[in-house]
Design a protein around this ligand. Structure first.
Ligand code: SOE
Length: 387
């Protein structure tokens, strides 16, 4: 039995779903591996205590440095806001821990490079949390593209649309503050699209982008419960906080393979909840994926007889499909949380075999370079090279 003790830094949405993954990975994947959820870390004691109890952690702590120093911790998961990724991840790899870090890797490419260098020097396994690569339909897309089913790739179309900021009374949180998050949907959502684009059709050469903040001030609150008292605040300064990131960021790209790319990310796309859509068109066919229908892949093939040509919907739940042999019989679909189980299983496998994890900090560095190039182009109003 191989045993790994884990420390998780961060306890909100990502903390919850990583905990879920650890609770389930041995059940569905390698049952010769024992994962012990040793300690979960957060700054607000009563909340991290509650998370520890709900998600089943042995202990909780408020000081991540003390936890990383512990000799009994093998793996550190960094699920904090982006601004703290570098410090935590570099400290952890220097302490010899294997690290799984949430996306985007750094606030910028320089930070990401420093993280990559530190991880390489420490010779630990490093992985970047892009769970959407672990959707069976997305992995199938890659397999089919590698087999040449789409021929030469002409177009990559990626949209990642949400609408949680359409209500102007939605208060400011860390995701709306540049110093904590780095950017808005650019780092949060475009980072996923860029990772999928690289995974599916390769590197991006150059980009040109635009961004916009439609709602520039929002209620200032410390907790969601204090929203009503905030509305009666006596001064504007008490009541309003400035949004320092964009609400939407769109860009065009040219890929090394010659394909043209369009990327759209927004938190103001009314009615779109977690609409992560990808369409790829090639000389021999097309494929369409939308995360909100994550068990399906749409495929159009020029090889089909003309009289029956049309987009077919593949239900990606067969044993022959990526990851599915670990889950349920055909037709018994999987969900968002299961992509994190797939991801954690791949991470553990890399640790056990000594192979590189994928995506890793190198991919995070490449992703940060694309994000940076778009940000530069927004200011220069011209195409920017990624390198
Ligand atoms: C933002 O709302 C968010 O939670 C992202 O941070 C995640 O990476 C994405 O998967 C879902 O949306």
């Amino acid at each position: 039995m191989k045993e790994f003790n884990v420390a998780l830094i961060g306890y909100n949405f990502m903390g919850k779903v990583h905990s879920y993954a650890m609770n389930n990975v041995s059940f569905f994947f390698d049952n010769t591996v024992k994962i012990t959820k040793k300690v979960i870390v957060g700054r607000t004691e009563h909340l991290v205590k509650q998370a520890a109890e709900t998600y089943g952690w042995e202990a909780y702590a408020t000081d991540w440095r003390q936890v990383i120093e512990r000799a009994d911790i093998d793996i550190v998961i960094v699920a904090t806001p982006t601004a703290s990724h570098m410090e935590i991840a570099v400290t952890a790899v220097k302490a010899g821990k294997h690290v799984l870090c949430e996306k985007p890797l750094g606030l910028n490419a320089d930070q990401a490079k420093e993280m990559l260098d530190a991880a390489k020097r420490a010779q630990v396994v490093h992985m970047l949390g892009h769970n959407y690569r672990r959707v069976p339909a997305v992995s199938l897309m890659r397999k089919l593209i590698e087999e040449g089913k789409l021929g030469d790739i002409y177009h990559f179309r990626g949209v990642y649309l949400q609408d949680w900021l359409t209500d102007p009374s939605f208060p400011v949180n860390w995701k709306l503050k540049k110093e904590v998050s780095g950017s808005g949907p650019h780092g949060d959502l475009n980072s996923h699209l860029i990772d999928l684009a690289r995974f599916l059709i390769g590197e991006i050469d150059r980009v040109v982008g635009m961004k916009k903040t439609f709602i520039k001030k929002r209620p200032k609150v410390t907790t969601p419960q204090s929203l009503s008292s905030n509305l009666h605040a006596s001064s504007d300064a008490e009541r309003w906080d400035e949004v320092t990131v964009e609400d939407a960021n769109h860009f065009l790209a040219e890929f090394k393979c010659g394909a043209m790319g369009t990327f759209e990310s927004s938190r103001l796309a009314s009615g779109r909840k977690n609409h992560e859509g990808i369409e790829i068109n090639g000389s021999k066919g097309s494929m369409v994926f939308n995360f909100e229908r994550m068990n399906e892949l749409h495929y159009w093939s020029k090889d089909d007889a003309v009289d029956v040509q049309g987009f077919r919907t593949i239900l990606v739940t067969e044993d022959v499909h990526p990851y599915i042999q670990h889950w349920w019989p055909p037709g018994h679909i999987i969900g968002y949380q299961n992509t994190f189980v797939n991801q954690f299983a791949d991470f553990i496998q890399a640790i056990v075999t000594g192979e590189e994890a994928s995506p890793n900090f190198y991919d995070g560095w490449q992703g940060n370079k694309v994000l940076d190039a778009v940000t530069r182009s927004v200011h220069t109003l011209t195409w920017e090279n990624v390198e």
